[in-house]
Design a protein around this ligand. Sequence first.
Ligand SMILES: Cc1ncc(C[n+]2csc(CCO)c2C)c(N)n1
Length: 224
Amino acid sequence: MFSHDMWQRTSDLMSAVHRHPFVVALGDGTLDRDRFAFYMVQDGRYLEAYSKVLATASARATDPADAAFWAQSAHTALAAERLLHAGYIEELGADAKALATSPTCLAYASYLQATALTAPYEVIAAAVLPCFWIYQDVGTALLRHAGDANGHPYGKWISTYADPGFAASVEQAKGIADRLAAAADGDTREAMAQAYCRAAAYEWMFWDSAWRRETWPTQQWLAP
Ligand SMILES: Cc1ncc(C[n+]2csc(CCO)c2C)c(N)n1
């Protein structure tokens, strides 16, 4: 099955995600506020783009049930997650809002938006899957590690992604990609695999760019 194959193909990358210092510190609650603020601001920008990508997936879907799922997820990405972000960003202060969109955030968001507009529908479904699946995997691992999200400094974040309702939507996203891959020709299936792996790599890079509080190497000459 496509999702199973992708999980195997990205197993080294997933181990690297789980031991990344940002993810480890997020889980044990020692992540400093500056790095978390950077992450939240970049993620807010990412979510604006991602929700449009899901809305495009909805428009491109051939099955009405799939179209409804993508539209619902586009709404969740904007509504529920922005709530999480607004709460945290308000706490973190106005400085955070002035941050430039990082090169990695822009690259990931732009890659997904270009895919949404130019790739076959099957490839769009594969490109958006790591976003769902990796966050569920990280969220559940962090909750297991923390034991209880209550009183944890990043408990709201952890419980959002460890939520069983969210797990059900991940299963739906996997199911759509699996069904599309099963009906696709070899070239399309390979393009789906490429898209999944590219987006998964960007997910690691997103944590890493927040850990480094990535800036533009050109910023000394041109304000980003
Ligand atoms: C870089 C980055 N990747 C994935 C997610 C998680 N996520 C964002 S929207 C969505 C689906 C609809 O809720 C999910 C799972 C994130 N927040 N930031």
